[in-house]
Write a protein that binds this ligand. Structure first.
Ligand code: SF4
Ligand code: SF4
Length: 58
C-alpha cells in the first residue's frame, strides 16, 4: 500500500487521477490509499511532484 507524507502533499489530486485501480482518494485527512485495491505499481510514487508518496510494506 501507499503511505502519504502529509507535510509534503499539496492535495493536487494528480495521483488520484492516474491510479489505474482507483486506490487513492482525498479525504478530510488527506490522501488515503485503499489497501484492498492498490497493486503497488508505484505509478503514483513516480508521478508525485513533491515526492510525498512511498510504498509501505504491509
Ligand atoms: S500527487 Fe503528490 S502532492 Fe499531489 S495529491 Fe498526490 S501525493 Fe499529494
Ligand atoms: S501504487 Fe499504483 S495501484 Fe497503488 S495507489 Fe499508486 S498508482 Fe494506485
Amino acid at each position: 500500500m501507499i503511505e502519504v507524507n502529509k507535510n509534503k502533499c499539496l492535495r493536487c489530486g494528480g495521483c488520484i487521477s492516474l491510479c489505474a485501480v482507483s486506490a487513492l482518494m482525498l479525504t478530510e485527512h488527506g490522501i488515503k490509499c485503499d489497501i484492498n485495491k492498490c497493486v503497488n505499481c508505484e505509478a503514483c510514487v513516480r508521478f508525485c511532484p513533491v515526492d510525498a508518496l512511498k510504498i509501505k510494506d504491509e
